[in-house]
Ligand binder design. Structure first.
Ligand code: CA
Length: 224
């Protein structure tokens, strides 16, 4: 059974979510503050976390940051009350996978949950292919037209991060947080250099990248 943790302090919304997701066949646990959310997420294996931003104790951003710092990969869907771009971007940069803005429709929320669960199940697959390239996560290997291409551990981590977040823009900060060791200092240019190296290994024409796109002022997106 798929287990969802809901961290929401407004009883009406929490109850509505609990009812709706239980009806959908999920096993649901509701907590009403950030500290409990962090604790339960660590204690118990959830398949997805619905995380309100404004929570008593720790806010949703802090919870998200903390869980990602612990290396937890559970998909996190942020519930934000404000339709402000800054808040959405912040949630995604802290490692959330998606967000919905309150008030949301149950149909939209269900669709987002399903998409995230599908994506996270896809992540468990051992291989991913695009173009001439096959990435074997179990062996930590990249093959191009069947031939092994040497990647540095950092390049492999970057590629893995892109594949797991395909179709989504990743800022340089997000790439730094996801692929570099914690507390390493690396500039934007270092990120760009590693991406240039990676492109040479995966792109048919590295000068006109098809898979690793740069979005000016935003970051990079993998379309594979
Ligand atoms: Ca709240």
């Amino acid at each position: 059974m798929i287990r969802i943790l809901i961290a929401e302090d407004e009883p009406g919304i929490a109850l509505g979510l609990e009812d709706d997701l239980t009806m959908e066949g999920y096993e649901v646990e509701v907590v009403a503050d950030g500290n409990t959310a962090s604790r339960r997420a660590v204690e118990s294996a959830f398949d997805l976390i619905l995380l309100d931003v404004m929570l008593p104790g720790k806010d949703g951003f802090d919870v998200c940051r903390e869980l990602r710092r612990r290396g937890m990969k559970t998909p996190i869907l942020i519930l934000t009350a404000k339709a402000q771009e800054a808040e959405k971007v912040m949630g995604l940069e802290l490692g959330a996978d998606d967000y919905v803005t309150k008030p949301f429709g149950t149909r939209e929320l269900r669709a987002r949950i399903k998409a995230l669960l599908r994506r996270s199940r896809g992540e468990e697959s051992e291989c991913y292919s695009f173009g001439e390239v096959e990435v074997d996560f179990a062996r930590g290997e990249l093959r191009r037209r069947g031939e092994v291409v040497e990647l540095t551990p950092l390049e492999f981590k970057l590629l893995e991060l892109f594949i797991r977040s395909r179709g989504r823009v990743l800022s340089r900060e997000r790439l730094l947080a996801g692929a570099w060791a914690p507390d390493t200092f690396a500039s934007d240019r270092v990120v760009d250099n590693h991406i240039a190296n990676l492109r040479r290994k995966i792109e048919p024409d590295p000068a006109n990248p098809r898979y690793l796109r740069n979005l000016r002022g935003l970051g990079y997106r993998f379309d594979g």
